[in-house]
Ligand binder design. Structure first.
Ligand code: 5GP
Ligand code: ZN
Length: 113
């Protein structure tokens, strides 16, 4: 999709620190990490949010969550991490290409802010 930051990263037009890549998803480090481990996992295809992804591409949704687990394990936080999908501007979504935040490596409080 034109003018989509994460489509540009998937296409390789904008550089990113990629930690995992397969036919369906790409994972790369967040440019402004909120924890020692902060990786974004995105589908290669453009979907605006996790609800649309789940409806339109359930197999890719499962692949994305498997990738999130793999990233967490590879980063050494597989026993304590958080997967976050901010959905909608009011919930803090700023990039409208669905992405799972995989966050770990520090104490994660509940409820989140
Ligand atoms: P959201 O606010 O939509 O849930 O998350 C978007 C995330 O993308 C933010 O955590 C932000 O730091 C990250 N981000 C924004 N621009 C870039 C970029 O150019 N490269 C990378 N790697 N992350 C970005
Ligand atoms: Zn996109």
């Amino acid at each position: 999709m034109a003018d989509c930051l994460f489509c540009s990263i998937v296409a390789g037009d904008i550089p990113a620190d990629i930690v995992l890549s397969n036919d369906d998803v790409v994972a790369f480090r967040d440019i402004a990490p909120q924890a020692p481990v902060h990786v974004l996992v995105v589908p290669r295809d453009h979907h605006a949010n996790v609800g649309e992804l789940a409806s339109d591409a359930p197999a890719t949704t499962a692949t994305l969550l498997q990738a999130a687990q793999e990233v967490a394990a590879n980063e050494g936080v597989g026993d304590a991490y958080r997967v976050v999908f901010n959905t909608g501007a009011g919930a803090g979504q700023t990039v409208f290409h669905v992405h799972a935040h995989v966050i770990g490596g520090r104490n994660l409080e509940w409820p989140p802010g």
